[in-house]
Design a protein around this ligand. Structure first.
Ligand SMILES: [Mg+2]
Length: 390
């Protein structure tokens, strides 16, 4: 079998209302799909992390930089292809967009392997460790409102997420240390003291502010404090982890086993959040997961994007053993978008795919299908309707 073409599809639509996190507001939702075609008729699908115009830059890297390097290769030689591409891009991009671009291609190669062998992805990853996976809802994004208005919105939104049966929920912060603690306090009061609540700063703070917020979160029984400081600030992460009781989570902006090795060996995090569509694809994710396992760090994947990304993550978590295991182990969770209807999740696949229904009907759990490969194939007409080139 040979790779005959690699195409990128950047999809975009305008949101009804602008949403934000600590770094920016955004009014469009994007997804970047990768389609790898072969000479025996099998097409594999993957997805690259990278929102907004980053997706357009990654499309160029996929089609114009990486495609010429691997046309004609056997798509089943995933390891060889990964190493070849990484080695040739190494001098120009060991992190960031080149690796995001490579991720989408690698994921598509795993989809091809599944289709070639008629096996669902989780079987290729070692089989089932879990019949189903608990799901947490992320929402409570920032909006261009006053802090008081946001408090009222978050109180209401947190109640809604809880009512949908999610096992836990995650909120954004980023208004400033004092306002952020007020916001978290309001959500905690709204959902009660026993519901799992996570707080995501998207690296909004310097170390001093992160320590202040972290100490406040310790009082509020927060399950994890996500990306408190800049991803390059390994020292800051380590100091924070030593001084704060709340678990420190991070890694969505870390790349490859080389970056992850630094994050883990510097003792920066209590919870690892690898982003499979960004860090180098499934081939590299498995190595990162092994690093985390060897250091007894729980892995709770960062999930962002379309139904393809969500399905890939559900397969990965289905095949992930508990760490360290036991009769009542602490389980990993699938992250899921609860913000305004995301049609890249609901309307993109040809297959039946509803995490929300599963969560509602199965007490907060979701499970993989037995469809071969990733199990999600995008509708061509849907792609045509939402595809953009600039
Ligand atoms: Mg995050």
């Amino acid at each position: 079998m040979k790779i005959t073409s690699i195409k990128s599809h950047v999809l975009r639509y305008e949101l009804e209302k602008e949403l934000g996190y600590s770094q920016q507001y955004y009014k469009h939702r994007t997804a970047h799909l990768v389609e790898v075609q072969t000479d025996d008729g099998i097409t594999g699908w993957g997805e690259c992390f990278g929102p907004g115009n980053i997706a357009l830059a990654n499309k160029f890297i996929v089609e114009k930089v990486i495609q010429p390097l691997i046309l004609g290769e056997d798509p089943l030689n995933k390891e060889h292809i990964w190493q070849k591409v990484y080695n040739l891009l190494r001098d120009s991009g060991q992190k960031g967009m080149p690796i995001q671009a490579l991720s989408g291609i690698d994921i598509a190669l795993w989809d091809i392997l599944g289709k070639k062998t008629s096996a669902p992805l989780y079987q290729l990853l070692g089989g089932k460790c879990n019949n189903d996976v608990p799901v947490y809802g992320y929402g409570m994004m920032l909006q261009k409102k006053s802090a008081d208005e946001l408090i009222d919105l978050f109180k209401e939104e947190s109640k809604q997420i809880k009512s949908k049966n999610f096992k836990a929920m995650k909120m954004k912060v980023g208004l400033g240390p004092k306002e952020d603690l007020k916001l978290v306090q309001a959500v905690r009061d709204s959902i009660g003291k026993d519901f799992k609540l996570m707080v995501d700063a998207n690296h909004a703070y310097n170390l001093k502010d992160a320590l202040y917020v972290g100490k406040g979160l310790d009082e509020l029984g927060i399950y994890w404090f996500e990306e408190p400081v800049a991803p390059e600030d390994y020292e800051g992460y380590r100091e924070l982890k030593q001084k704060i009781n709340t678990s420190i989570a991070g890694g969505e902006a870390e790349f490859t086993k080389y970056g992850w090795n630094k994050l883990i060996s510097n003792k920066c995090i209590d919870i690892a959040q690898p982003e499979v569509c960004g860090l180098g694809g499934i081939t590299e994710y498995l190595k990162v997961a092994a690093l985390a396992q060897a250091n007894f760090i729980p892995v709770i994947n960062h999930v962002w994007g379309s139904a393809i990304s969500i399905a890939v993550n559900l397969h990965l978590l289905t095949a992930q053993p508990d760490m360290p295991g036991g009769l009542f182990p602490s389980k990993s969770m699938l992250e899921f978008d609860t913000t305004e209807k995301n049609i890249f999740i609901t309307d993109l696949p040809k297959e039946e795919f509803s995490i929300l229904d599963q969560v509602k009907n199965n007490n907060g759990f979701a499970s993989v299908t037995e469809n071969i490969g990733i199990g999600i194939n995008p509708d061509e007409n849907f792609i045509k309707e939402f595809e953009v080139n600039e």
